[in-house]
Ligand binder design. Structure first.
Ligand code: TYM
Length: 331
């Protein structure tokens, strides 16, 4: 078993990223070999200020470490330091079909009405993601629900390459999507996912928010006047309530049913302060560690350079195998 997953370094990681992905990576690194990276080449599919990007990558890396990713256990790196990623992505551009990309819902969401004005990179984004995973022969890719379609595409690309060139080069990866917490919703709208790109900062809890901000965001989170039921199915039509109970459950390592048993019959006047305490206590040590780490940016760079060297060495044989399969001389 080998795990690969990544996160875009732009914008503060939020509670959705943490519960849907980062927390699970930190747990998995104790069980198996994990390659965790900052998807900085994905970040440039939209304009990013070059004066800020290096600092943003460092901050996102520090956040992952503060959340428990241990660079001595997991291989932590950034894509831009491993040229095999864009190199394999080009090769896979020639395998993936335009029709496959046209089905990707994330591109439709991200490009919106500005499809023609979007970068080609934004369109081809899932192919770079395929390279990220296939380079390492990943067997499992722990992600939130929104990445499921991209992982399925990776399997299609791998299968077509292996078949076209009659090789067994690429391992077909499985998405690992958590049973609970794979889709944390906005605090302002239970039908939209919590997202870095939501214009309202009140819609998400950033991992860097201080305790007062976290408590205020939870206090102001949209809910309804009904008390909590004792049974999960009874929350069916109440997406905001479902979301808050889900957050409580994932953070405390309990099932939503168990949380509801405790709060049955209680209103949000009781539930929200309990949830706020829980989130504040979870984020407090993360924030403290993050501040410590950011005081030594050179150390973070050293960690990323070391991780990138390890990643590059692992990726190499797969990239060589791809050139060989294609009949392209390299040396
Ligand atoms: P990104 O940066 O949008 O998100 C990083 C991870 O967080 C998960 N996530 C969520 N989980 C639960 N609830 C939410 N509201 C929520 N929002 C985000 C995402 O599913 C993801 O697992 N394309 C990827 C980065 C990437 C990647 C890869 C991932 C690039 N190459 C290869 C896996 C494998 C992305 O933009 O994630």
């Amino acid at each position: 078993m080998r795990v690969v997953s990544g996160i875009q370094p732009t914008g503060n990681p939020h509670l959705g990223n943490y519960l849907g992905a980062i927390k699970r990576w930190a747990e998995m690194q104790h069980q198996t070999e994990c390659f965790i990276f900052l998807a900085d080449l994905h970040a440039i599919t939209v304009y990013n200020d070059p004066k800020e990007l290096a600092a943003t990558i460092r901050e996102a890396s520090a956040t992952l470490i503060a959340c428990g990713i241990d660079p001595d256990k997991a291989v932590l790196f950034n894509q831009a330091r491993v040229p095999a990623h864009p190199e394999l992505a080009w090769i896979l551009n020639c395998t993936a079909r335009i029709g496959w990309l046209n089905r990707m819902t994330q591109f439709k969401e991200k490009s919106g009405k500005n499809r023609e004005g979007s970068s080609v990179g934004l369109y081809a984004y899932p192919i770079l993601q395929a390279a990220d995973v296939l380079l390492y022969q990943a067997t499992h890719v722990p992600v939130g629900e929104d990445q499921k379609q991209h992982i399925e595409l990776i399997r299609d690309i791998a299968t077509k390459f292996n078949t076209d060139y009659a090789v067994e080069l690429f391992t077909l990866p499985e998405p690992l999507i958590g049973e609970t917490g794979a889709r944390i919703m906005s605090l302002r709208d239970g039908s939209a996912k919590m997202s870095k790109s939501d214009p309202s900062d009140m819609s998400r809890i950033n991992l860097t928010d201080d305790s007062d901000t976290v408590a205020q965001k939870i206090r102001k989170a949209k809910t309804d006047p009904e008390p909590l039921p004792g049974d999960w199915d009874a929350l069916g039509e109440r997406p905001e309530a479902r979301n808050l109970v889900t957050i409580f459950a994932v953070i405390s390592g309990r099932t939503p049913a168990d949380v509801l048993k405790e709060f049955e019959g209680q209103g949000f006047g009781t539930f929200k302060p309990a949830l706020a305490d829980l989130v504040v206590e979870t984020l407090r040590p993360i924030k403290a560690r993050l501040d410590q780490l950011l005081a030594d940016p050179a150390e973070i760079d050293r960690i990323l350079v070391t991780g990138s060297e390890r990643a590059a060495a692992t990726a190499r044989p797969t990239l060589d195998g791809a050139y060989k399969a294609l009949g392209l001389p390299r040396y």
